[in-house]
Design a protein around this ligand. Structure first.
Ligand code: B12
Length: 219
């Protein structure tokens, strides 16, 4: 990790929310882009903590504190991102949710904000959302795109169920394009599942959303 990110990474590791927020502001003031700050510091830091958690080197309280620090960084970064929307309104609507049984929302919220910044109208349904509620909300919101996030293996069947219910119903199938992402989701899984697109980060998510909305090919 670049040396300039070490203080922020340490603050997240130690669960120091206030310090993490301050450090992130300093980095932005020094010219770092918000997207870069997440992809080059926040995500790799959380990945290391996640690996340590899997190896029982850290425990749930540390994981929780680190995620609270990241939430503080997100709260600081969101207004900055939203203050500079990309020119040209997309005028497409998307709903986004973390699937049933899964409470992880850090990455899902980043994707939601990046879609918004890029001109999409986004309804964020939150975490632990059932297939029924996602489909109902997508219909009510008149969405073109349904974005599904999942980080937990045990919740993957619920993501698949949401996809199957949309693709298995002619009315929904013609109406909604589905994007998927999150740790256990790979490009291969996405293809097999019947989803229309996949990305492993928020910038990729925007490119995929533009592509499935017929606005621009994904890179
Ligand atoms: C932070 C964290 C938590 C926090 C979550 C806080 C929050 N509000 O989100 C807390 C402490 C609450 C938590 C709880 C748990 N966690 Co947890 N957690 C993590 C950790 C360390 C980081 C996740 C994260 O935020 N990453 C950073 C973000 C930015 O990345 P991201 O989510 O992948 O999102 C990016 C991309 O995937 C993509 N993307 C994401 N969504 C979407 C959607 C679309 C449509 C697209 C296109 C792209 C896209 O773009 C995003 C931005 O770049 C991971 C480890 C890891 N490496 O992922 C474990 C991890 C996910 N957790 C895990 C576990 C086991 C749990 C618990 C069950 C622990 C427990 N014993 O209670 C509980 C789960 C409770 C539940 N029912 O959900 C396991 C899951 C194992 C598995 N695969 O099944 C992991 C992998 C840790 C591990 N190695 O064991 N966790």
């Amino acid at each position: 990790m670049d040396e300039k990110y070490l203080k922020l990474s340490e603050a997240i590791n130690e669960g120091e929310a206030e310090e993490a927020a301050e450090e992130s502001m300093k980095l932005i003031e020094s010219g770092v882009e918000v997207a870069e700050l997440f992809s080059d510091c926040v995500e790799p830091t959380l990945n290391v903590i996640g690996d340590k958690f899997a190896k029982l080197e850290v425990f749930l309280p540390e994981l929780l504190m680190a995620s609270e620090a990241v939430k503080a960084v997100q709260a600081e970064m969101e207004p900055i991102l939203k203050a500079h929307p990309i020119e040209g309104k997309v005028e497409k609507r998307a709903v986004i949710a973390t699937v049933y049984g899964d409470l992880h929302d850090i990455g899902m919220n980043i994707v939601a904000v990046m879609l918004e910044v890029n001109g999409f109208k986004v309804k964020n349904l939150g975490t632990d959302v059932s297939s029924n509620d996602i489909i109902q909300a997508a219909s009510d919101y008149d969405a073109e795109i349904v974005c599904l996030s999942g980080l937990m293996m045990p919740s993957m069947p619920y993501m698949q169920d949401t996809i199957d219910r949309i693709k298995g119903d002619a009315k929904h199938q013609n109406r909604f394009k589905i994007l998927v992402g999150g740790g256990p989701v790979s490009e291969e899984w996405a293809k097999k599942s019947g989803a229309d697109g996949y990305a492993d980060d928020a910038i990729g998510a925007v490119q995929e959303a533009l592509r499935v909305a017929g606005l621009q090919a994904s890179a």
